[in-house]
Ligand binder design. Structure first.
Ligand code: ADE
Length: 247
């Protein structure tokens, strides 16, 4: 996959892209990420990329000309999703990450200041994404979040043994608790069943733990999750136990 990042602050990406899994994916040639300084596409003497809004509101708006030039030059006639990061965008989800991972190429535009000239949205942007209902100082951190989540679904980025398929959300449920050695730490023991060697019982325990965690923390997810009869029986038991407690 090829990713082009258009930003006023390319150095913000260096840390996250030069560590761990994203570093390895680039070294293996699975992922190629180009950082483009937007200012290089502003051809006036001061390389201005922002200007005052016509609305008279405070703050600055990103000018259209450098952005149009950057996107047209970088894509050079090829087509690719052009993704603007902004708090006004559609909420980014694991589902969207999986879909974007199928694209051979993505271009990200990192917004700054009070926003971008609307003509960029109208003519260039194919989708606008928000990573949550809060306002960041710019789109860079949001773009990194999206790239990281998308990259996990690009074949070869994660090792086969720890693929993205049992993650929280991938199954429609949050992941349940995990344990590793030692079996007892400061008097706190790993649940016996996990050490029993009974694989079917362990799988059932993990499924119920995931159901319980989702029910406690994100009950909204249960409406969409793929649940079998045993899951539904277990959830009914949880609800009945809660009813008894609150009576
Ligand atoms: N830019 C500023 N805030 C943002 C957010 N929440 N998501 C995406 N881009 C942003």
């Amino acid at each position: 996959m090829r990713i082009d990042m258009v930003t006023l602050f390319p150095a913000m990406f260096l840390g996250p892209l030069q560590e761990s899994i994203l570093k390895r994916a680039q070294a293996r040639g699975i992922l190629t990420i180009f950082l483009h300084q937007l200012r290089d596409y502003a051809w006036d003497r001061h390389q201005m990329c922002d200007d005052r809004p016509y609305s008279g509101r405070v703050g600055m708006v990103m000018k259209p000309e450098p952005i149009f030039r950057a996107v047209r030059t970088i894509l050079a006639g090829e087509s690719a999703p052009v993704i603007l990061l902004s708090p006004q965008g559609e909420r980014f989800t694991q589902q969207r990450a999986m879909e974007l991972a199928r694209e051979p190429r993505l271009l990200f535009l990192c917004g700054h200041y009070e926003g971008v000239d609307e003509r960029v949205r109208e003519q260039l942007v194919t989708e606008e994404l928000s990573i949550g209902d809060y306002v960041l100082t710019g789109g860079e951190l949001a773009a990194m979040v999206v790239v990281d989540a998308v990259a996990r679904f690009v074949p070869g980025v994660l090792g086969a043994a720890n693929g993205a398929h049992d993650d929280s959300f991938a199954t429609g449920l949050l992941e349940g608790p995990q344990y590793t050695r030692p079996p007892v730490f400061e008097g706190l023991a790993v649940p016996d069943i996990l050490r029993s060697g009974d694989h079917a019982a362990i799988a059932r325990w993990q499924r119920e733990a995931a159901l319980r965690r989702t029910w406690e923390r994100r009950p909204d997810l249960l409406d969409q999750a793929d649940l079998d009869e045993a899951d539904k029986v277990y959830l009914r038991k949880l609800r009945e136990a809660l009813d008894r407690e609150t009576k």
